[in-house]
Ligand binder design. Structure first.
Ligand SMILES: Nc1ncnc2c1ncn2[C@@H]1O[C@H](COP(=O)(O)OP(=O)(O)OP(=O)(O)O)[C@@H](O)[C@H]1O
Ligand SMILES: O=C(O)C1=C[C@@H](O)[C@@H](O)[C@H](O)C1
Ligand SMILES: [Mg+2]
Length: 168
């Protein structure tokens, strides 16, 4: 099976859903954020603070190309779709699944989270702008799933049945 790439905004549940999906499909799971943190030896927040977002985006691009493209679930950082090169790579090499979530629910899920630098630095209105700017890129995925009022198990079940019944 081709690689499964989970995309979506911060808090959409990529990491959480990906972990469970990997268990159900018995596939290894790699999270690009966690992988970068391990390779660089710094947290995402420290990379942003010390090296800047541009350098983080370069790490993200390099890592995506280095990871396997078969028999794997790859959970991506929320901004992976910003770069056209990344969107093309994921689309050509795997099955891209966009986990959509309404903004009000994203804010609720991330209310107490201090690990996402973009969330710490920006007001809700700026996050809304970022969300709307990225929506068309997220929507280029092969499959879109609205996660807003759904449990992780329910989302995983839907993904598994879509994968079984589709041409993938
Ligand atoms: N379907 C869901 N319903 C309710 N809460 C959820 C759901 N999915 C994820 N969460 C919660 O939302 C928070 C963010 O989830 P997660 O870290 O998986 O998001 P993410 O998409 O990986 O974000 P990022 O892009 O920043 O890495 C976590 O606290 C998680 O438990
Ligand atoms: O949406 C984004 O741009 C980001 C999301 C996170 O997953 C991290 O990749 C980082 O905090 C940037
Ligand atoms: Mg994540």
């Amino acid at each position: 099976m081709k690689a499964i790439y989970l995309t979506g905004f911060m808090g959409a549940g990529k990491t959480t859903v990906g972990k469970r999906l990997g268990e159900v499909l018995q596939l290894p799971v790699i999270d690009t954020d966690a992988y970068i943190e391990q390779q660089v030896g710094k947290t995402i927040a420290d990379i942003f603070a010390e090296e800047g977002e541009g350098v983080f985006r370069a790490y993200e691009r390099e890592v995506l190309k280095k990871l396997p493209t078969e028999h794997i679930v790859i959970t991506t950082g929320g901004g992976i779709v910003i770069q056209e090169e990344n969107r093309r790579f994921m689309s050509n090499h795997g099955i891209v699944i966009y986990l959509h979530c309404e903004l009000h629910e994203l804010f609720r899920r991330l209310a107490d989270d201090a690990t996402r630098p973009l969330l710490m630095e920006n007001k809700q209105s700026q996050m809304k702008q970022l969300f709307e700017q990225r929506l068309p890129w997220y929507r280029q995925a092969h499959i879109t799933i609205d996660t807003t009022n759904r449990t992780v198990d329910d989302i995983v079940e839907t993904i598994v049945s879509l994968l079984k019944s589709s041409r993938f």
